[in-house]
Write a protein that binds this ligand. Structure first.
Ligand code: ZN
Length: 94
């Protein structure tokens, strides 16, 4: 498969996905993705894109201005536990 933008070679890599919604930042680390060797464009398989949407929805319902999770640890039904862990760590570091 080649890059949609420039037809360069795509490389399988884990990347960080970041988005901001209403001045809150959501970062998902270690997301399996395809990165273009030439222009650096990042794309996701359909199943991964769907999963990202699910995780972002969960992150939005969690508190905090900046929410970071590890994609690899986001198994179905375990996301809430991860947030508790993340928030506890954030509180301890205050
Ligand atoms: Zn490209």
């Amino acid at each position: 498969m080649n890059c949609f933008m420039c037809k360069g070679n795509l490389e399988d890599k884990n990347t960080s996905f970041m988005t901001d919604i209403d001045n809150r930042y959501f970062i998902i680390k270690n997301v399996p993705s395809q990165v273009c060797e030439q222009c650096g464009d990042v794309s996701y398989a359909d199943s991964i894109a769907v999963r990202l949407d699910e995780i972002i929805a969960k992150m939005e319902s969690a508190g905090g201005e900046i929410v970071v999770v590890d994609f690899k640890k986001c198994k179905k039904n375990e996301i809430n536990e991860i947030f508790v862990e993340v928030l506890n760590k954030a509180l301890h570091s205050l």
